[in-house]
Structure formats: structure tokens, C-alpha cells
Ligand binder design. Sequence first.
Ligand SMILES: [Zn+2]
Ligand SMILES: [Zn+2]
Length: 391
Amino acid sequence: MTFNMVEHALTLEDQIIAWRRDFHQHPELGFKEFRTAGVVARELNAMGVEVTTGVGKTGVVGIIGDGGPVVGIRADMDALPILEANQVEYASKHDGVMHACGHDAHTAILLGVARMLVAMPDRPKGQIRLLFQPCEETEGEDGYSGAWHMIKDGALDGVDKVIALHVASDMPAGKIAINPGHISAAADNFFGTVIGRATHGAHPDQGVDPIFIAAQVINALQGVISRQRDPIHPAVVTVGRINGGTAENIIPDEVTMSGTIRSYDRKVREKLWADVEGAFALARAFGGDYRFHLKKGCPSTHNDPKVAALIHDTAVDLFGADRLFERLPSLGGEDFSLMAERAPGAMFMLGAKRDEINRPHHNPLFDLNEAAFKDGAALLAETALRILQGS
Ligand SMILES: [Zn+2]
Ligand SMILES: [Zn+2]
């Protein structure tokens, strides 16, 4: 290798960290990444990269090289509605908004990748498409997240392979986890109402008690997972919100409940939709009724086995086999799934545990070990080159 990607990434380390700290100080919520997108476009322009802004609302696409093949590299840019609790010099300056999932790092790392690829002599033929995506964490008013909007605007058109990383605050810094197959879950939400008939708390027989029925529905929902789902396929149903009643001695008219349904397998997913509604139908057995609404989210992310193997082998070549980390897939949601449906793709996890304090994702104490970023950049860049070379 004449061009050593790991060494080159090391020369960019300070710049990547500076970008990340700038994004961290100026976090923006989904589809409001105006400043972030502006910085990304400015930096790409300064590198001589062809830039398109306003892709998928607030996304940015950068193009390096031309012709085929085309490899996409995705970074999400949005932050979360969380008040940062860290006392660090680069803490969020926007009260109540925080990069608590590491998307600031993803954006900075992809800028680092762009720097490396632009500077590289004898870059193989083909196109590298830098996909700076808005709004991964939630959806816009139309119910669609950033990846969906980027795809709708053509950002994935002609892309042959797509890759991405996600930092992990609980994994040792610099470790890399890459699995073939499902790595994140389909995440669907349900909204149910158990309808009863209000009456005096002392005379339940004169009405229909929706609180009692709701208790049966919650039990039945757990039965859906333990009795109605093929146990070989992971899935979980969580009731996250329940509301009903106004006073100790009044049986109310209705109870509302909402929650999330997570699964990998498409058939299991579709059966869960029906079975979860079936649990609400119990209300009819007790003389009540129900309303049910399902809000389908993004599908599960399926890592293409060949792309995952390429990331694995590239990581071993760059860093040695002892950098690989065994990590089970999760039932979290990730809208990279939509991109990986459009082209064979894979996402790896980059360990970035800062210290011994527990700093989970989506937590006010979330933070990262910045020393890991350069390695993420090197691995993305080298994998992209190997895809162009036809590996
Ligand atoms: Zn997140
Ligand atoms: Zn995330």
C-alpha cells in the first residue's frame, strides 16, 4: 500500500475532532440542520468536492470522482431534545438540544473521509457519494425520516453499495463490531384505546371498566411475544404510555395506551401488527370496545454479508484482528435500513467509550472518546476504495 490510510487519518485527527466539537456545540434537531449543513457544504466546497445542498430537505450530498461504480457513505447530522449535563468546553450551546447519539462525530468523520479521498493520488475510477443525512432520530410531519427524503430526492440513484458507521459509547475506544444480517430492528409504534362505559367506582357492574380491561390487554401483549411469536426470531413489545381516569371513585370511559413493536424478520413483523391489535380486541370479550392505530416505522437494517465481510477484512488489514469486537445486534431502530434496502450495504459500530462513567446513547451524560474517530474515517475511506476496486 503506497497510500497508508491509517497514517493519513492520523494527520487529520485534530481537524476531525475540531469539526466534531463545533457540531457538538451547535446541535440542531431533525430537518433543522441548517447550520450543520452549511458547515458541511462550506468544508466540502473548500476541498473542491462537488456539493448539492437541500437534498432530503436539509441534507447535503458531496461527489468525489465520476463514472462507476458508485459507493455511498452515509453520516446522519441531527441531534436530540436533551439538556446536556456534561461540563466540558465543547458542551452544547443550545439549551435543551444535544448531540447525544454521536451524529456530530459521524458528520465530522465523513468530512475527514472526504479530505482523505480528495488528497489521495491515483484514486481508483468510480464515484464516492458522501451522504450527509438529516433527521435520523425522528420523522417530519409527513411521517418520514431523513433517509427516506434523501432517497426520494435521488441521493441513492445509481449507488451500487452503501456503507456507514455508528459510534458506540459503551464499546472500548477503537474497537470495531461488524455483523452480517440484521443489526437493527423494524420499529413500529401503536396507539390503542380501550373503550368502556363510565360509572361509579362502587358499582362496576353498571358500566364497563376500561382500566380493568387495559390490564388484561397489557398481559395479552406480553403473551403475543411469548406465545404467538416464533421464538427463534427476536421481537419485543413495550407499552410506553398509558392514560386513564380522573378520580378514585370514578370508572372512566376509556384508557389510551401507546407503545413500540420491534422485530427483525418481515413476516414476524407483519404478524405482530395483527397480534398486537388482537390483544386490544380482548376489550370486546369484556363488553367494551377498542380503537387501534399502527404507525409503521423504518424496517430492520440488514447488513449485506459480502459488504460486511469486506468491512471486516479491511478492519483486520488496517488495524489487526484484535481490534474486532463481538457485539450482538440490537432492537434499536436505524433508518440507514432504507438505504441498505436500495443498495447492498452495511453499517459497522465504532467503539468510543470515553471513561468508566455510564454514558448511554440518548442520555444527558452521553459523550465519546474522540481518539476513535480517525480510525472510523480510515476504515470508511479504505472500504470505499476497495469497493471501487471491485473487491
Ligand atoms: Zn440515536
Ligand atoms: Zn444514532
